[in-house]
Design a protein around this ligand. Structure first.
Ligand SMILES: [Ca+2]
Ligand SMILES: [Ca+2]
Ligand SMILES: [Ca+2]
Ligand SMILES: [Ca+2]
Length: 333
């Protein structure tokens, strides 16, 4: 019936049987819609696919994803049984009692996310609407909403889409640097790494020309903050007034982004370092003072223009000062 064998019913309207179809071992034939499932009770399925164009819809050129575990839950979300998608990405839970069900999909391919959910035609969309993530930020599982099956109803539209997009980068990176004797310690904190490969620590004495002085492997995929540090021996640069550092984030595909630029001052026994965040209007200063005194804070941008000035009381030892309300001035100290 109908011109599209993928959409029509292959059951004979009178006998309820399909014609003879040859299946090889393990093969699932998704074109046998009505005839295979309906005779014994209700059921649901039936597909996990790779959403190549990331539109949340199954397209003709997009492949099924084998080996994904599908868990059938009752109306209370309690697992009842599980199966695994076949070589073509299909799964089915046949012969179910009428009732309320949801499906949880787990064991996704390595470092993949779910596709856009409930976008467009429900017959060919991704129905995963509730996702539990692993510590590395990738999904441990995703669960659909609830579906009500009537007696004898088979619902093949409960599908999961796997996103083709590989997320990259970090949502933020913040660096700081301190100098003790002739050793610079450069610390940086990332937030939400996605497929980060490594970091390159770059140094400059003029804030214009930077040279790579170290590399550091990345955890790669994180949720929340992750800290790193390296120590850079600058004994040959102790005659410089100021040494700048920045950290380059390199993704697995070679894309990169930079942290803020930070600095240390070899010529001064008093050390100051600033940790501006590109996403806030405040700056944290760490200032190592020889005496109790008043510190005049002057910030200039990279062209030497004065952009901020204030006086702060400091005590002998390490002082931590937060400067608020800097707005757009928080870059380029
Ligand atoms: Ca698609
Ligand atoms: Ca849907
Ligand atoms: Ca659907
Ligand atoms: Ca389907």
């Amino acid at each position: 019936m109908g011109s599209d064998d993928g959409l029509d019913s292959d059951a004979d309207a009178i006998t309820g049987r399909t014609g003879t179809v040859t299946l090889s071992a393990g093969e699932y034939n998704p074109t046998l819609d009505a005839g295979i499932y309906i005779p014994q009770g209700a059921g649901l399925g039936d597909y996990v696919w790779l959403d190549l164009n990331n539109d949340g819809q199954q397209d003709a050129n997009e492949p099924g994803v084998p080996g994904v575990t599908a868990i059938l839950n009752d109306g209370g979300g309690n697992p009842i049984k599980s199966t695994i998608t076949d070589a073509s990405g299909y799964y089915t839970f046949p012969n179910l009692a009428p009732g309320i069900y949801s499906v949880t999909f787990t064991t996704l391919p390595y470092q993949r996310l779910f596709a856009f959910q409930n976008t467009g035609n429900d017959a060919s969309d991704n129905d995963v609407s509730s996702i539990v993530n692993l510590p590395n930020g990738y999904p441990q599982s995703g669960t659909t909403g609830n579906y009500t099956l009537a007696a004898g109803e088979y619902n093949p539209t409960i599908d999961a889409g796997i996103s083709n997009a590989i997320p990259l980068g970090v949502s933020s990176i913040l660096a700081q640097a301190t100098l003790r004797e002739h050793l610079s310690t450069v610390r940086w904190v990332t937030r939400d790494e996605k497929n980060v490969h490594h970091f390159e620590i770059e140094r400059s004495t003029d804030a214009a020309t930077f040279t790579k002085v170290a590399t550091h492997v990345a955890v790669g995929n994180t949720q929340g903050e992750q800290g790193y540090q390296i120590v850079d021996d600058v004994i040959d640069l102790m005659g410089e007034t100021i040494i700048y550092y920045r950290v380059k984030v390199v993704d697995i595909d070679g894309r990169s982004m930079y942290s803020n630029t930070v600095s240390v001052r070899p010529g001064s026994s008093e050390q100051i370092s600033a940790y501006p965040s590109p996403f806030s209007s405040s700056v944290l200063l760490e200032y190592l003072s020889d005496t109790d005194s008043e510190l005049e804070i002057v910030m200039t941008d990279l062209s030497g223009r004065k952009v901020y000035q204030s006086n702060q009381e400091v005590k002998e030892g390490m002082n931590r000062l937060t400067l608020e309300g800097l707005g757009a001035l928080a870059n380029g100290i």
